[in-house]
Design a protein around this ligand. Sequence first.
Ligand code: ADP
Ligand code: MG
Length: 336
Amino acid sequence: MNKIGFEIGVDLGTVNTLVYVKGRGIVYNEPSIVAFDRQTNKIIALGRRASEMLGKEHVKIRVVKPLEGGVIADFDATKAILATVISKLKDSNVDIKNSTMLICCPSEMTTTERKALKQLGNELKIKDVFVEQEVKAGAIGAGIDIFSPRGSLIVDIGGGSSDIGILSLGDLVLWDSVRVAGKHFDKAIAKYVKYKYGMVIGENTAEKIKINLGTLSKDNTDKEYQFGGLSMRTSLPGKMSIKQSEVRMILLDAFDAITTKVLRLLQETPPEIAADIFEDGMVVNGGGALIGGVQEYFETNTGLKVRISNHPLSSIAEGTKYLLKNRGNYLVKVVD
Ligand code: ADP
Ligand code: MG
C-alpha cells in the first residue's frame, strides 16, 4: 500500500524559521541560525542554541545565518535546518517522499532563486515542492480574505526587509520591499551607541535594547536600559545605559523609510483597489509589528486605518495551511 505524505509549510525568514505540518500545527519555530564544527562540518547546534553562541564562538565553531539579507546565502545550511526538522517528523504511516512542501519566499526573489528553493525541497527527498510569496501567506495568516475581489494592503516588517504587498483576488497586484527592518534597527542602535557613547556592542545586545525599549510613541517616563560592551575609551569591558527617547528617535528615522515606500506603492494602486484599502486600512505583520506605537505611527503617517496582525511572528506559517490546501489557486477559498 502506498503511504501518504506530510503537508509541510515553511517560512524561511531571515531571522526566524517556522515549519507548519498539517495535523500538528507549527512544529518548529527557532532563529535561522546553524552552528557547525569547522573541522568535521557537522552541526553542533541549531536555532536558539546556535543563536546563543553568536558572537561568542571560538575558532573551532562556525556560526552561520543562511538567510541573511533576505536571500539564501548558504543553501547547505538552510538544507541542514530543514533536514533536521523533517527527520524529527517520524510517523510510520507516512512516507516523506509522498509529502507536499510549500516554501515561502520574499516577493523580490528571482525565478532562478525560486528554482533553487524548489530543488532544495527535492534534495530533501520531497517530490512535490512549490514556492509562494510570503506576503501572500502572511496576509492569509493575518486574517485577510485575500481570495475575495477586494483589495488589501499588508506590510511585513521582518528581520532583513520590510515587504509591502497589495493583494486582490488571491494574488499580489503590486509589491515592493526595502532593506529596513529588524536587523537594520539593531545596527542603527549599535552605531548610535558607538558614536555617541564610544561603546561597541554585539548584535544580540542591540536587539535586546530594541526589544526592551523600542517604541514609536512618546512616553513621559523615558525609562532606561542597561547593557554591556567594549568601551572604546578604555578598550575594556564596560556597562552603560540608554534612554527610551534615544531609541525612539533611531526607530522613527528607520520607520520613515518604510512609510515612504508604502506611500509610493499606494500612489500606483489601481483606483478600485485604492478605494477598498481606504475602507479597510492596512495590516502590519512581522516581528517589527511588535514595536510599541506602530499602529498609531502608521495611522498618522499614512492616513489609513491600521491593524496589527494577531500573531505577527507566525502568520506566514499559519497562512501556509490554506495555500497547501489549494496550492495557491486564486479562485478557491478554503474553509478549514
Ligand atoms: P523574518 O521573517 O525575517 O525572520 P520576523 O518577522 O520573524 O523576521 O521578525 C524578526 C525581527 O523581529 C527581529 O529583528 C526581532 O528583533 C524583531 N522582534 C521580535 N520581537 C520583537 C519585539 N517585541 N519588539 C521589537 N522587535 C521584535
Ligand atoms: Mg518573515
